[in-house]
Design a protein around this ligand. Structure first.
Ligand SMILES: [Zn+2]
Ligand SMILES: [Zn+2]
Length: 166
């Protein structure tokens, strides 16, 4: 995922990339091609990059432990500057300093990082995943399991009986 920036004219340039996940060192959860659309605006002292990253991964649901596929999309921005002075007013996380003799910029590492960022902290096969029954372990998305819904602890039962007598 390299962009040749030597002799790049000032103005906006567009690039399209499509790579297999393993070529940018994504793990085996990612199986579909990684598609990146890049807009690169070259100015005299900076290069402003906007990228739209799309892929898909196979994850394990935190609640029911089933595999599920999920599409991932992420936009990110990166500004390439030749000197830190030219990065004034920019978010430092979105700045990369390059050398005057740099001929190409490789976005593979940033693309990979932003794909990882796009993976939700909580992985659910669907928002209302019913999860597993705590007693029998059945996947409740496939229907009720027949276990009694209320946990009845014999000690509480005793207490209830005592309370009811009063
Ligand atoms: Zn689930
Ligand atoms: Zn059950």
């Amino acid at each position: 995922m390299k962009i040749n920036i030597s002799n790049l004219s000032e103005g906006v340039h567009e690039y399209d990339f499509e790579e297999t996940p393993s070529t940018i060192e994504l793990d085996e959860r990612f199986s579909k091609p990684v598609v990146v659309k890049v807009e690169l605006e070259k100015r005299r002292r900076q290069l402003f990059l906007t990228a739209h990253v799309k892929t898909s991964g196979r994850f394990v649901c935190d609640r029911c432990l089933e595999d599920f596929d999920r599409d991932l999309e992420q936009d990110y921005r990166m500004t390439y500057v030749y000197e830190m002075n030219d990065a004034e007013g920019l978010d430092q996380d979105e700045v990369t300093v390059i050398h005057a003799s740099t001929n190409e910029i490789d976005i593979a590492e940033d693309v990979r990082d932003y794909i990882f960022l796009s993976v939700p902290m909580k992985l659910l096969c669907k928002d209302d995943c019913a999860g597993l029954c705590r007693k029998c372990g059945k996947n409740l998305n496939r229907g009720p399991c027949g276990c009694p819904t209320e946990d009845t602890d014999p000690r509480w039962e005793k207490l209830k009986q005592i309370m009811n007598k009063n």
